[in-house]
Design a protein. Structure first.
Length: 409
């Protein structure tokens, strides 16, 4: 572990393996991915922490959006990007480089798109397979000053958590006749490549290998003492963070979104906030004392077609800005879907910032700062009043009779 203070650099011995599972590298050819596993501590803290996921800058509108964000002044703020910037090295590098110029610190965790190696415009030189590409991306981040490992910034501990999906994550009944994940229905099954002898995609063994690339749990817990803890991942730790299958155009999505190994890490770490991405649904829900937020940019087509299930907004938006309705008749903020001015979401503010710039609203006090008021999102709002009914296999009206290719998650 590397501890970065204001005057010295101290190297400490490595911590013991995590207590909740054996830390095993399944295949030696990819073990080098853990070579950058170092934690850091800085005495200086941020003014604010902002978050976003699923930038997908391969779309020109999204690349323009990130460039606009990169032109803002956030010199005292932290930005968390919860995966899926781009599979293309040049676009990934350009985006991260721009964001590091705007923000004091930028955190990033790889998503599934970053590990695609069979895309036509992929340009990650030297990546023979997806685990090796992850290693090269981590090296790129280190060169750009982008943080990919748990880091204590004054009173805040921010923990990127590497993960991967496995089919057994899904424990809910299947919709009859819907095929399981395959190269035809899930892009990862055809766009990622793996070393010879590596566990197959969709298996628990592959998800466990990705989990093993994280820091040992004790090492992170030691850093979390007397801190406001924020963790983030690209994939989901809980199936309750996804609509039931009857509401999904491709219900097999549930088998390619989450990780039980990730859930165990979060349960042990007990962060105040955990951010995630991947499923392209706006979300804000508190489960077992942990607040789960998804703040995705998504694709321009998704924002134009289903803004109501993507957008996050505060309860105190004036009625004059709630004149629009979505397809279900729900009021949504009157905003330009392509401008996406609700992002990135400010999820944490220091007490000093709160005293200097009182924001109004129901900000919730933590040990050292405050986390944002409840955010409204269609699906998480729905589950606040409606119990989850996974055994109900009756297709939702917007799904019934519709034959659509599932989104490239």
């Amino acid at each position: 572990m590397v501890v970065i203070g204001t005057r010295s650099l101290v190297i400490l011995r490595a911590a013991r393996p995590s207590p909740f599972r054996q830390r095993t590298l399944i295949h030696s050819s990819a073990a080098a991915c853990s070579c950058l596993n170092t934690c850091a501590i800085s005495e200086q803290g941020p003014r604010r922490v902002l978050a976003v996921s699923d930038l997908h800058v391969d779309h020109p509108e999204n690349f323009k959006w990130t460039n606009k964000l990169a032109a803002t002044d956030h010199r005292h703020d932290v930005l968390i990007v919860a995966g899926d910037i781009s599979h293309n090295q040049e676009k990934l590098s350009q985006t991260l480089q721009g964001l590091t110029k705007a923000f004091w610190k930028v955190f990033f965790v790889v998503g599934n798109h970053e590990l695609w190696t069979r895309a036509k415009d992929d340009s990650m030189v030297g990546a023979e397979h997806s685990p090796q590409k992850m290693q090269l991306i981590h090296s790129l981040c280190a060169d750009l000053g982008v943080l990919t490992k748990p880091t204590r910034l004054g009173p805040v501990l921010i923990c990127p958590l590497i993960s991967w999906h496995h089919q057994s994550f899904d424990r809910e009944p299947d919709i009859p006749g819907v095929p399981r994940p395959s190269p035809l229905f899930v892009s990862d099954y055809r766009a990622c490549t793996w070393p010879e002898g590596f566990p197959g995609i969709g298996t628990e063994e592959l998800a466990q290998w990705f989990d093993a690339q994280n820091e040992p749990a004790e090492q992170i817990l030691d850093m979390s003492h007397d801190a406001d803890v924020i963790s983030f991942s690209h994939f989901l730790p809980l199936q309750a963070l996804l609509p039931e299958k009857r509401n999904l155009f491709y219900s097999g999505l549930a088998k390619a979104v989450g990780s039980d190994f990730l859930a165990r890490r979060i349960a042990e770490l007990q962060p105040s906030i955990h951010l995630f991405g991947h499923t392209h649904f706006g979300w804000d829900a508190t489960l077992d004392g942990i607040r789960y937020i998804q703040a995705p940019l998504c694709t321009p087509r998704e924002r134009l077609g289903r803004l109501g299930s993507i957008i996050l907004h505060h309860a105190d938006i004036p009625p004059s800005r709630m004149t629009r309705t979505d397809g279900a008749g729900h009021a949504i903020p009157d905003t330009d879907p392509l401008a996406a001015d609700w992002l990135p979401v400010t999820i944490w503010r220091s007490k000093q910032d709160m005293s200097s710039y009182p924001p109004g609203g129901d900000w919730q006090a933590l040990k050292h700062g405050c986390m944002c008021p409840p955010l409204h999102a269609r699906w998480s709002d729905y589950f606040q009043t409606e119990p989850r009914r996974p055994d109900d296999l009756t297709l939702a009206p917007w799904v019934k009779g519709v034959r659509r290719q599932p989104p490239a998650t």
